[in-house]
Design a protein around this ligand. Structure first.
Ligand SMILES: *[C@@H]1O[C@H](CO)[C@@H](O)[C@H](O)[C@H]1NC(C)=O
Ligand SMILES: *[C@@H]1O[C@H](CO)[C@@H](O)[C@H](O)[C@H]1NC(C)=O
Ligand SMILES: *[C@@H]1O[C@H](CO)[C@@H](O)[C@H](O)[C@H]1NC(C)=O
Ligand SMILES: *[C@@H]1O[C@H](CO)[C@@H](O)[C@H](O)[C@H]1NC(C)=O
Ligand SMILES: *[C@@H]1O[C@H](CO)[C@@H](O)[C@H](O)[C@H]1NC(C)=O
Length: 510
């Protein structure tokens, strides 16, 4: 791909715009407090940084499979084209495993590019690599267009995790048939929501997949299974561990912003301090913009430079805190906060001003999912978090969802369908072959499985890891703990595959 500086600038500018859209859209408060994974950011190909994996060169074919719109009824609905990427170069024909990445809420190319681990280990396993896209995202859109698909609650009704899992199951079954690979074991991979899908798919379709690597998969972030403050407390601790003064400056900044905003030319002043291209309409716009930056920084707090969300240095929170703290005595809190935000929004130094555009179309699949099944309640604690205190209010969340989509959420459906309460007891006897991997710097780790459940449902926890870092391509700068974590994952996956072959052979010999 051409990588001249103008395309780089363009990509970067788009990135800035998309990010500001996420943080500034005038969503009602309750929806704002539903942190997302990387939903909006990953929703369009134009946001894929062309240089996000410079050392990594993967090859694939792009194919489309006519997929059933509704797996759970027999009405005569149209099918839709589901995109999948496939590479069979390393596949040991007829017997090598199939590595299936469970596509999450965005363009599948973006996830393929940021899941280097899977591509890197495929040759060692003689594995085929398949990346099916999640329905309603990227190019896998029903009803002919995104506009039609996202029109109303009826057309969006087929956007569920259950349908997505059924898509993967149907697709891989058909693919095995086509490639005469019926007896090839399928291993599932996924990160974030994709990791949740991988774990759930292993539980729902044990006859289709032999095991799942579910990285940063917060399958317990539902109802009150984990304390509601967990997510924002982890973000806050990521800052506190770097510097308690930094944490305190951030904690104090919200009142500062509010009181500035009250004064007659306050919004003007804030707009200038933070170099927004357009005048702020409310202090909330600024607050949201900062809150998103801090939350995303916690997710991508990787030990080496990365461009997953934005071009960032290694240990980006350390850098943010360095800039917040380093101003000479007398530097105002807001000037410090601006310097910190600059690390996230302007690390390359190329942003002239920051955009705060609205998203007029609201073509946003994750908000729909969050308003139906994926109800992940969260609060901000007054004491332990650095964020403005916020108490989760289900009624107002429900009102917002009804306003936006004309639907009422079903907050208990996911735990009814997939479990979550007393997960240890439930899975100990009935599940097997799942790796839950988590880095404790990742705010989503708080809603994930952090303890070993059984011999084959294991949790790999790294103190210094962030959001599904293990799935990323290896780099020269990988710390030892990461190299070890990946080696353990490879060993466990090898175990699943050889168990499968032994059992299969035993049956065959009979
Ligand atoms: C949604 O749009 C479709 C297609 O235009 C229409 O048939 C359906 O009645 C609409 N449903 C609702 C709930 O408005
Ligand atoms: C399997 O082959 C059929 C017939 O060529 C094709 O329509 C279908 O899309 C293929 N399945 C997959 C998963 O590619
Ligand atoms: C981005 O960083 C550059 C270099 O530090 C600086 O000159 C510029 O003003 C910054 N842009 C914004 C919007 O703050
Ligand atoms: C929660 O939201 C509802 C609906 O907006 C509102 O009536 C109620 O006062 C709120 N409860 C609290 C404790 O803020
Ligand atoms: C779970 O067991 C594995 C060995 O299978 C071990 O490496 C890992 O540290 C254990 N995880 C936890 C959280 O104790």
């Amino acid at each position: 791909m051409a990588r001249n500086s103008s395309s780089r600038t363009l990509t970067f500018t788009l990135t800035i715009i998309i990010i500001t859209i996420i943080s500034s859209s005038h969503q009602p408060l309750a929806l704002n407090h539903t942190p997302r994974f990387f939903g909006k950011f990953a929703s369009s190909t134009s946001t894929i940084p062309s240089n996000s994996q410079p050392q990594f060169d993967f090859h694939y074919e792009t194919k489309f499979f006519q997929q059933q719109l509704d797996h759970f009824s027999f009405s005569n609905l149209p099918t839709f084209p589901q995109r999948y990427l496939i590479n069979t170069q390393n596949w040991v024909i007829g017997s090598g495993p199939i590595f299936l990445y469970c596509g999450n809420e965005g363009d599948i190319l973006w996830f393929a590019q940021n899941t280097g681990f899977l591509w890197e280990i495929a040759p060692k396993f003689g594995a085929m690599v398949v990346f099916p896209e999640h329905r309603y995202y990227g190019e896998s859109v029903p009803f002919g267009s995104k506009e039609e698909a996202y029109k109303n609650a009826t057309t969006l009704g087929y956007l569920t995790a259950e349908q997505a899992l059924a898509d993967f199951a149907v697709l891989v079954t058909d693919l095995k048939q086509n490639l005469s690979a019926i007896h090839c074991p399928v291993v599932l991979f996924g990160g974030s929501y994709g990791g949740m899908l991988a774990a759930w798919m292993r539980l729902k379709y044990p006859h289709i997949a032999v095991g799942a690597l579910a990285s940063s998969a917060p399958i317990l972030q539902f109802e009150d299974i984990v304390p509601l403050e967990t997510f924002y407390d982890i973000v806050s601790n990521d800052f506190k561990r770097e510097s308690s003064t930094c944490f305190n400056y951030i904690k104090q900044s919200w009142d500062e912003i509010e009181s500035k905003g009250q004064s007659s030319d306050g919004l003007e002043l804030l707009t200038k301090t933070f170099k927004f291209c357009q005048k702020l309409k409310s202090t909330e716009e600024l607050t949201d913009w900062l809150e998103s930056a801090y939350s995303y920084l916690a997710m991508v707090n990787y030990p080496y430079p990365s461009e997953f969300m934005m071009p960032l240095p290694g240990h980006p929170i350390k850098e943010v805190c360095r800039r917040i703290d380093e101003g000479p005595a007398g530097t105002s809190i807001l000037d410090r906060i601006y310097e910190g935000a600059n690390v996230y929004y302007n690390y390359t130094g190329e942003a002239k001003c920051f955009e705060l555009d609205d998203d007029p179309h609201g073509l946003d699949g994750w908000n729909w999912q969050a308003c139906t099944e994926m109800v992940m309640p969260m609060s901000c604690s007054k004491e332990s978090s650095m964020f403005p205190p916020y108490e989760y209010n289900y009624s107002s969340f429900e009102e917002d969802c009804f306003k936006n989509f004309g639907v009422k959420p079903r907050p208990k459906w996911i735990t009814t369908e997939f479990g979550g309460h007393n997960i240890h007891n439930a899975l100990k006897n009935f599940g097997s072959n799942i790796i839950f991997s988590n880095g404790l710097l990742d705010p989503w780790s708080g809603g994930s499985v952090l303890q070993n459940i059984s011999e084959s449902i294991v949790s790999l926890v790294t103190e210094e890891g962030a959001h599904h870092i293990d799935l990323r391509a290896s780099t020269e700068n990988d710390p030892d703990w990461l190299v070890e974590q990946r080696a353990t994952e490879i060993r466990l996956i090898q175990g699943w595959i050889s168990d499968y072959h032994q059992t299969h052979k035993a049956v065959f010999d009979m």
